[in-house]
Structures are given as structure tokens and as C-alpha cells.
Design a protein around this ligand. Structure first.
Ligand code: BES
Ligand code: ZN
Length: 455
């Protein structure tokens, strides 16, 4: 059953690349309203592609970007596949070597890559699964089991429509297991099943001092500067050991079990080269903890954006009226997002002088999730991946967040399995994003093997 499908994937690779390039040419940036029609176009493209393959597929409008759901095949086990067709904004545009939505295949020292926004996150990954199904249908005239495709267009902007959509379409979406392709390999040769995802809490803080921007000579010394207030707050968020100081922040954070620690130690992660690749050498997390543990199993607080006063060219002696920071917390274990939000806000309020005002905007809150690795499907998938790649598959954590995995469990009672083929150097969310052709090709072959094993 499997071998002709793998052969078909190999033979069809050039066409599969062309299809991915076509999808990548659609600038489906979800955060920016200007690109709403492009998100519609990407959803239409996917509906058409699924329909051409024999799926019953539909675009479902939401108050934001549309969802795409398609279903085909029959069998005892029903699999739901999730990916997102929206992409991150492209700025800073000047740092791109070519237009982000004019993708191309390039030769690099590490092999051929597909360069363009969304190549790795998540259109290329999403298409690995679609292409595996296409090959299966081409060879066997049907899928190995019942498959529902579920594509979201708001993942990069906090998924505002996701919960209401899932609540309203439980019957359409409920399956035996969800497969999600939006994560990384462990390294170039080692595939991974991601078993833990961090949660995410986003907060925007705006401090207002004087009613308007002031001359810093006329008012400096008289008026409180909101940038100073904000800087003091930000610097108080971590102690000298890199621990987050928000009260009760670590409630629900557990230490790694000795078994998991030993398993991760056995992966041989090279933290020196991980940091060197981004121009750094000193781990900046909690003291006494390794980089892998800090990324996969520890919570964090990071400033993602910061602005106040004059930041243009030259100099301006201004005492700003406002100062703003966007702050995110990655969460692990049983940390409760809304409790941390309240504790954070109380801490910030306590540091704002009576003369200044503080305003908060919320930007999403999702808890960490841990996958049910005792489900036999995990061992089957691990075996299938190990058959395809040079090294045996690892069970890994991930520093990133994919809120849908948690919602599959809480809303649909369904476990998720996260398998992806990205590399650390794919530059997701950055200029010059790429996806290795090898990831794309072996990704399709991996899914074909997993489908053979699971469905
Ligand atoms: N694909 C990423 C998640 C990811 C990143 C997995 C790196 C593995 C390695 C996903 O599209 C993403 O970026 N998610 C956002 C969360 C969202 C709520 C904005 C994230 O993690 O910041
Ligand atoms: Zn993604």
C-alpha cells in the first residue's frame, strides 16, 4: 500500500513545489485588515485544491478570517488535520533579499530551500499533509481512512474566532485524533513528535503621564515621565536570577521528572551552537537551568514591543505623554493565564505613581498543553517517522504556542499529535523565511507513512 504512494510523492515533487509557490504568492497576513481579501483568496485556493482532490470542502465565514473545513474518506479511525494558512507580517521589509510574496526555490549551502513568507509557518507544513493525501488518492483512488482537514486563518493573530467556531461546529470537527503540522524537527536529521507546548499570555501596557507631549527643558524636573515609570516596571519583572517576580507566577510550574530530564539530556542538544547561530553566547534564562529546559519547560516574561517619545532620526527634546510596552508570558504546567494577568496588572498598578494613569489591553491567553503520549498512536507515529529520517524520532517539547491543541482537548475532548518538519534556521516570523525542500519532501513522505500506520 505504502511504497507506490511514496514513489508517487517522489515523482510529483516538482508539481507539489509549484502548488506551494502558488499558495505562497497569496499575501494572507491575518493581523492586517488590508490583507483580509488575501486571506479570503488563500481560503478559496485551499477549498478549490481540496475539492479537486475529491474532498467535500467549504469556506466558513467568521467575524474575522474564514475557516476551511474539508472531509473525505471512510474508515474506523477518523483523523482531523489542522494547519494555518495565515502568515506573519513581513516588516521590516528592507531586510528581505527578495519580495516576501514572490517565492522561489533557491540553492543554498544546506541544499534547496523555498524562500518566502509562510514557506515554513505554516503553508509549507500544511501542504505536506495535503500532498500526502493527494498522492494516496492518486495511487489508491481513495484515502486510507476518514480525514477531515481544518485550516485556520487567524493563528498568527491570536485566533479570536477559533473558540466560537469550534463550539458551533463540534460535529463537523470532532474526530478520534487531531494531527497538527506547525512544529519543528529536533535537528536536521532527527524528526520529532512534540509532546509539550507552552501557553501564551499577551498584555499591552500603556502609561500616560502629562496630557500632551512636553518640552523636556520646560517641564523636565517638574513632570513625571511615563517612559521612566514604564522602564522601572519592566526592570522589576525579573530578579537577578532571571526569575519572574510577578506574585505567585510559579504556582502550577512543576520540576521536570527525572525520566523526562534524562530523555532530554539524551537528545544531545548543543546550546552553544543554538546561541551562536543567533549571534549570542550567554544563556539569559533562569540561572542554573539549561537552555533546552528553559525553552521547553520553564515560563518566561518577555518584552515584545516598546515605544515612547521620539524614536525617529535625529533628536528631539520631548517629555512624552505616553509610554507603551507589549509583554508576553510563556506558560507551562498548570499556570492559569487569567490569574497571572490579574497578578501582573496588580503589580503594575502598584508601581504607577498617583499622577499617572495605566491602561491595559489583552492579547490572548492560552494555557500550556501536554499531549497524551500513552495513546498507542504516538509510538506508531514515532516508528513511521524513524523509518523515513536518518535518526529515530524524539519526543520533544516546544517553546512556541499553538493554542488550538488545548482547545481540541477542552472543547472537543480530542487529543492532538504535533509533528512538523521545520528547522531552527527557517527564520519564521522574520525576514527571508524559508522551508527546506528536504523538509517539504520528507514531510510528505512522513505523513504518508503515518497515515498508513494510523488510518
Ligand atoms: N508555528 C508557530 C509555533 C511554533 C514556533 C512551534 C516555533 C514550534 C516552534 C506558530 O505559528 C506561532 O508562532 N504561534 C504563536 C502563538 C500565537 C498565539 C500568536 C507563538 O508561538 O508566538
Ligand atoms: Zn505556525
Amino acid at each position: 500500500m505504502l511504497d507506490p504512494v511514496l514513489a508517487r510523492i517522489d515523482a510529483d515533487l516538482p508539481q507539489a513545489i509549484q502548488r506551494l509557490l502558488a499558495l505562497l504568492r497569496i499575501p494572507s497576513i491575518s493581523t492586517d485588515r488590508i490583507h483580509a481579501p488575501d486571506c479570503e483568496a488563500a481560503a478559496d485556493w485551499l477549498v478549490q485544491d481540496l475539492t479537486d482532490m475529491g474532498f467535500r470542502a467549504e469556506k466558513h465565514p467568521t467575524t474575522g478570517r474564514p475557516m476551511v473545513v474539508g472531509t473525505a474518506g471512510e474508515g474506523r479511525r477518523h483523523l482531523l488535520f489542522y494547519g494555518h494558512y495565515d502568515v506573519q507580517p513581513v516588516d521590516p521589509l528592507a531586510l528581505w533579499d527578495r519580495p516576501p510574496f514572490l517565492p522561489e526555490v533557491q540553492d543554498t549551502a544546506e541544499g534547496k530551500v523555498i524562500r518566502g513568507r509562510g514557506a515554513a509557518d505554516d503553508k509549507g507544513q500544511l501542504m505536506t499533509f495535503v500532498e500526502a493525501c493527494r498522492a494516496w488518492i492518486a495511487v489508491h483512488h481513495k484515502l486510507p481512512g476518514r480525514i477531515t482537514m481544518f485550516f485556520e486563518g487567524e493563528e498568527e493573530s491570536g485566533s479570536p474566532s477559533l473558540i466560537p467556531f469550534m463550539e458551533a461546529h463540534k460535529d463537523l470537527l470532532r474526530a478520534d485524533l487531531a494531527l497538527i503540522c506547525d512544529t519543528d524537527l529536533f535537528d536536521r536529521d532527527t524528526p520529532a513528535v512534540t509532546t509539550m507546548l507552552r501557553g501564551l499570555l499577551g498584555e499591552e501596557v500603556i502609561i500616560t503621564g502629562p496630557r500632551m507631549d512636553l518640552h523636556s527643558g520646560m517641564y523636565g524636573g517638574a513632570a513625571m515621565n511615563p517612559a521612566r515609570v514604564l522602564a522601572r516596571i519592566i526592570s522589576a519583572l525579573h530578579d537577578e536570577n532571571g526569575r519572574v517576580t510577578v506574585p505567585d507566577f510559579y504556582d502550577g510550574v512543576e520540576e521536570l521528572s527525572p525520566e523526562l530530564r534524562a530523555q532530554w539530556d539524551g537528545l544531545g542538544f548543543d546550546q552553544t551552537s543554538f546561541l551562536r547561530d543567533v549571534g549570542l553566547s550567554i544563556p539569559a534564562g533562569e540561572s542554573g537551568r539549561g537552555v533546552l529546559e528553559s525553552i521547553w519547560a520553564r515560563p518566561t516574561c518577555e518584552v515584545n514591543g516598546l515605544s515612547s517619545g521620539y524614536a525617529g532620526e535625529g533628536f528631539k527634546t520631548v517629555l512624552p505623554s505616553k509610554a507603551m510596552a507589549k509583554i508576553s508570558f510563556r506558560l507551562v504546567g498548570q499556570q492559569v493565564p487569567h490569574r497571572i494577568r490579574e497578578a501582573f496588572r496588580a503589580m503594575v498598578r502598584s508601581m504607577v505613581p498617583p499622577d499617572c494613569q495605566v491602561e491595559f489591553k489583552e492579547h490572548g491567553a492560552s494555557p500550556a498543553s501536554v499531549m497524551a503520549t500513552n495513546d498507542p498512536a504516538f509510538e506508531m507515529a514515532r516508528q513511521a517517522l524513524s523509518d523515513e529520517w536518518p535518526r529515530a524520532a524524539a519526543f520533544t517539547g516546544s517553546g512556541g504556542s499553538i493554542p488550538v491543541a488545548g482547545y481540541f482537548k477542552t472543547i472537543l475532548g480530542m487529543d492532538s499529535m504535533l509533528i512538523g518538519f521545520g528547522n531552527d534556521d527557517d527564520l519564521i516570523h522574520s525576514p527571508n523565511e524559508k522551508y527546506d525542500v528536504r523538509s517539504f519532501h520528507k514531510g510528505m513522505r512522513s505523513w504518508a507513512r503515518i497515515l498508513a500506520a494510523l488510518a
